[in-house]
Design a protein around this ligand. Structure first.
Ligand code: HMG
Ligand code: MG
Length: 286
């Protein structure tokens, strides 16, 4: 198993996008600063998406243009199309964009209002322009094991989309269990198919923790040579277009789990706890 794991913090985006409480941009920035202080080297900070669809991300430009710049921190944002990319580039301060499609036609349509192949065509140009502007590109495959509309997803379907994202230039592919229905058995089958297409160093996993299986799923990914996992501070999160998708795997849980196995993450867990203690009351959760 790997000696070090990279944790990609997605709380400020995936965590906050599903919260009822409207958070001020300054509070989002304070949270991001606290997360940066924890030693998290990659933070997904915002999403340049339709404000009608996801009002919680309407202030993406304000958040991104105010990001606390630190050496060795790469900030990322979701972009759904060229318009989102242009806004992200104008805001500056990002090292990476994340585009997002999925392994289920129904989920992709509910989420971004187009089919899978159509989304790949849109993202081909977005990725090319992002890279031409010096940004890295990550691609998400949502509903990679289970779809809230279609049920179980065939591993081959997830692998096919991962390969399409590789082909359009994504340097990292994040395989996402959007509704948290994956188990080590189904995750292993999905990842085995993906790893036949994409090398392990270019694969990350993104687990929601609906049934408490996210840590076991991370362990399964580690066994398969994958050393990058997404997580959200305080286990915040969910997708507004995936009924029943609650919190992400908590950063606190995965940091602790890895430390106990002697795997380095570079995270200061007591500072991480402070970040959780800061954000939960603002969301009315404590
Ligand atoms: P559309 O639905 O096809 O409609 O948009 P449109 O193109 O006619 O645009 C709708 C409105 O959005 C229009 O405004 C556009 O101007 C505007 P109106 O004329 O009605 O006032 N618009 C934009 N506004 C800001 N930024 C933009 C942008 N583009 C259009 N970039 C679109 C398609 C994808 C934009 C829309 O459906 C959308 O924003 N969907 C939201 C997607 C989203 O944020 N989903 C949640 C994140 S994904 C996720 O959580 C999964 C993940 O965590 C992995 C996992 O767990 O599975 C990543
Ligand atoms: Mg997610």
């Amino acid at each position: 198993m790997t000696a070090a794991v990279e944790i990609i913090e997605v709380g400020p985006r995936d965590g906050l996008q599903n919260e009822k409480a409207a958070l001020a941009a300054r509070d989002k920035l304070r949270l991001i600063e606290m997360l940066a202080d924890c030693g998290l080297a990659r933070i997904e900070a915002a999403a340049f998406v339709s404000a009608k669809k996801v009002p919680q991300m309407a202030d993406a430009a304000e958040v991104v243009s105010g990001l606390p710049m630190r050496e060795n921190i790469c900030y990322s944002a979701l972009v759904p199309n060229m318009r989102g990319l242009r806004a992200a580039l104008a805001a500056g301060r990002l090292g990476e964009i994340a585009i997002f499609t999925g392994a289920s036609e129904s989920f992709v349509r509910a989420n971004i209002n187009c089919g899978i192949n159509e989304s790949i065509n849109i993202f081909r140009d977005v990725v090319a322009e992002a890279k031409a502007n010096g940004l890295r590109a990550r691609g998400y495959v949502s509903a990679a094991v289970f779809c809230p509309y279609e049920g179980a997803i065939q591993p081959a379907a997830a692998a096919k989309v991962a390969a399409q994202l590789r082909d359009i230039g994504c340097g990292e592919i994040a395989m996402a269990d959007t509704v948290g229905r994956g188990t080590p058995q189904t995750v292993e089958k999905m990842l085995r198919a993906v790893l036949a297409e994409v090398p392990a160093q270019s694969v990350a996993v993104h687990f929601h923790d609906t049934f408490g299986t996210a840590i076991a799923n991370v362990a399964c990914a580690l066994e398969m040579g994958i050393a990058k996992t997404d997580a959200a501070v305080a286990g915040l999160g969910g997708c507004p277009f995936a009924p029943g998708a609650p919190g992400n795997l908590a950063t606190e849980s995965v940091a602790r789990f890895l430390r106990e196995q002697g795997i380095a993450t570079g995270i200061n867990e007591s500072k991480l706890k402070k970040a959780g203690d800061f954000i939960l009351p603002l969301l009315g959760k404590r």
